[in-house]
Design a binder for this molecule. Structure first.
Ligand code: ADP
Length: 422
């Protein structure tokens, strides 16, 4: 059996979001955490999503990791490769979206590729090359205050062109709304103009499916999880899909649970507030306290164990001014690292104390937790909210149920409601 579609995702929750989309659209999908070993057994997976933690590392490292992941996927049979990044195009002026897309584009033969972060179900739309979050331009949205990747420019052609030597073009909705044949014609014209990567407008799932259909022959596709909506159908039409999705096999382990939130995104901050208003036992972490040794893994674990009446919440989610203060004192990366490592170590300790259900908020945070837990791969289960499924670890002796939530995803009562699904 052969994999059909391979994906390289720049963070863990983004990978999960993409794996969920592919699974829902009928591909047997496995998500691998980190670069899979050469002899990794993908089972009967038709789609494999490799989750890296490459969104905010140095660009050359992100390129090297992404290329390695891509080589493994191609070696295992992938006919098409998706480079998945965030639907809010999270990146710094140096990258890593541009450098990674450029490297993969070269590696996969250098034909035209596309870039489309749109995810209409979560309010991310692209119109005339500009990214909207709900009713706001990206640069007016809370993304302007992201702790690691503040986004202050909404024109994606401009953002991407700043990060890559590839010639960036734009295919507007004038084309997209006319369907896949016209989108295909627009791709041909873009390639004739010498463009190498085109931002493609999309404001509805219908647009995304049409773009997916038009991109059937592209070796490389880049975007948010939405760009995958139309891709499984291409394989189905070609008679290559065998099966039903992986969600059918899902069974979550039963046992003690905890919520760990290291995201400062607006949605997560609302979810923390709503959980606390609903009397969820909550412990707030401050990076300055961790740095000074005032907050320790032992103390946090003891506190979690003491909360027996309800599922406890440990969080560092803070308002932008507080984040700024911590970053000024500790440096941006160190502040983030302190929180990520503390939450990851707490999670690891809790697994040895019988906890087996973890809801983690934050992409980087989830990456740190899953690495610390030694989880190699995830089976995708039922969806809690758009882009966020429950998953079960593959390969650990004691399986864990993990809900890994990108910071900005999920309804306000997500922390309360997620448990109903399992
Ligand atoms: P999101 O999915 O919202 O982007 P991430 O976990 O990817 O969330 O990123 C949030 C980053 O901010 C992490 O590196 C995290 O450790 C860091 N962080 C969390 N809380 C604080 C805080 N109070 N001060 C500074 N940085 C923080």
């Amino acid at each position: 059996m052969k994999m059909l579609l391979g994906a390289v995702a720049d963070d863990l929750t983004g990978a999960t979001d993409l794996a969920l989309t592919l699974s829902r659209e009928g591909m047997r999908t496995v998500q691998v955490v980190g670069i899979p070993p050469v002899d990794f057994d993908y089972g009967d997976a038709e789609a494999v999503v490799v989750a890296l933690k490459s969104r905010t590392i140095a660009a050359d490292e992100a390129v090297a990791l992404s290329l390695e992941a891509c080589r493994r996927l191609i070696a295992a049979g992938a006919e098409q490769v998706i480079f998945k990044y965030c639907s809010t195009f999270d990146s710094t002026p140096e990258g890593n979206i541009g450098p990674v897309a450029e490297a993969l584009h070269g590696h996969l033969g250098g034909a035209l590729t596309l870039a489309c972060p749109a995810f209409p179900a979560n309010g991310r739309t692209v119109y005339r090359g500009h990214l909207f979050v709900g009713d706001m331009l990206l640069s007016d949205s809370p993304m302007k205050n992201h702790p690691l990747t503040p986004m202050t420019e909404s024109n994606l052609v401009r953002v991407l062109q700043q990060q890559t030597a590839l010639k960036v073009g734009l295919i507007t909705r004038d084309w997209v709304s006319k369907g896949s044949d016209q989108i295909g014609a627009a791709f041909t014209q873009a390639a004739a103009r010498g463009e190498e990567i085109v931002i493609v407008d999309a404001i509805t799932d219908y647009d995304l499916r049409a773009i997916g259909r038009a991109a059937a022959g592209m070796r490389l596709i880049t975007g948010g999880s939405g760009i995958a909506l139309g891709l499984p159908e291409n394989f189905r039409r070609a008679g290559k899909l065998r099966s039903q999705s992986t969600a059918a096999d899902f069974a979550a382990p039963q046992g003690k649970a905890v919520i760990l939130a290291g995201s400062c995104s607006a949605a997560t901050r609302r979810q923390v507030s709503v959980a606390i208003e609903a009397a969820t036992p909550a412990l707030k972490l401050d990076p300055l306290d961790i740095a000074a040794g005032r907050t320790t893994v032992d103390a946090v674990v003891d506190w979690v164990m003491s909360a027996t009446d309800a599922i406890p919440l440990v969080y560092s989610s803070s308002e932008p001014d507080d984040v700024r203060r911590a970053q000024e004192a500790l440096g941006r990366d160190r502040a983030g690292e302190l929180i990520e490592q503390l939450l990851a170590q707490v999670a690891a300790r809790l697994t040895s104390l019988g906890y087996c259900r973890f809801l983690v908020a934050g992409g980087e945070t989830s990456g740190a937790v899953v690495n610390q837990l030694g989880v190699q791969a995830l089976l995708i289960g039922p969806e809690i909210d758009p882009g966020v499924p429950w998953t079960v670890s593959i390969g650990r002796k004691e399986p864990l149920a993990l809900a890994l939530k990108s910071g900005n995803f999920g309804g306000d009562d997500f922390f309360l409601r997620a448990w109903d699904v399992v």
